[in-house]
Design a protein around this ligand. Structure first.
Ligand code: MN
Length: 193
């Protein structure tokens, strides 16, 4: 079965003013769609056809399709990390886990913002969970995905310029401020388990 572009889980204008429909029309409709189409073209007729995107990302024999597979996974995860009903404070259960790992919810937000804000070039800022359940903040370059390190993604922000340049030009810190107004704490809760 071919990989498919997931519908955005919100109306294209629902994240404004922090992320505009104009940005999403390119980011979802062109960039993410392009990764899906290239992935499908690359696996068609090969023994990688039929593997899930998670299988492809961690398959040492699928290095040639890694970038498009991981970009498909990362973007699908990013859309779910955003919500027009997001922002504010997480639930007490989520807050307790963040406090245990980072001292406070604010401490987590600072660490995540620093990892994403100081990441050099294209990439992604992540909250991840290891096999023992320990939380940490990290960033990955280009299509890099924590699944390759056996880590479970919990939250992601896209810091490729295409994620914010139309709305913020070079001002990544302002984009990240907007991200916190949209952060989908319910999705975080789901991934923390
Ligand atoms: Mn992107």
């Amino acid at each position: 079965m071919a990989h498919t572009l997931p519908a955005l889980p919100f109306a294209p204008s629902a994240l404004e003013p922090h992320i505009t429909a104009h940005t999403l029309s390119f980011h979802h409709g062109k960039h993410h769609n392009g990764y899906v189409n290239k992935l499908n073209a690359a696996v068609a007729g090969t023994d990688l056809e039929g593997q899930t995107v998670e299988q492809l990302i961690t398959n040492p024999d699928a290095k040639a399709v890694f970038n498009n597979a991981a970009q498909h996974f990362n973007h699908s995860f990013y859309w779910k990390s955003l919500s027009p009903n997001g922002g504010g404070r997480p639930s007490e259960a989520v807050a307790a886990k963040l406090e245990a790992a980072f001292g406070s919810v604010e401490g987590f937000k600072e660490a995540f913002t620093k990892a994403a804000g100081t990441h050099f070039g294209s990439g992604w800022g992540w909250l991840v969970k290891d096999a023992a359940g320990n939380l940490s903040v990290t960033s990955t370059h280009d299509a890099g995905c924590p699944l390759t390190d056996g880590l479970t993604p919990v939250l992601v922000v896209d810091v490729w310029e295409h994620a914010y340049y139309l709305d913020y030009q070079n001002r990544r810190p302002d984009y990240l401020k907007g991200f916190w107004e949209l952060v989908n704490w319910d999705f975080v809760a789901e991934n923390l388990g």
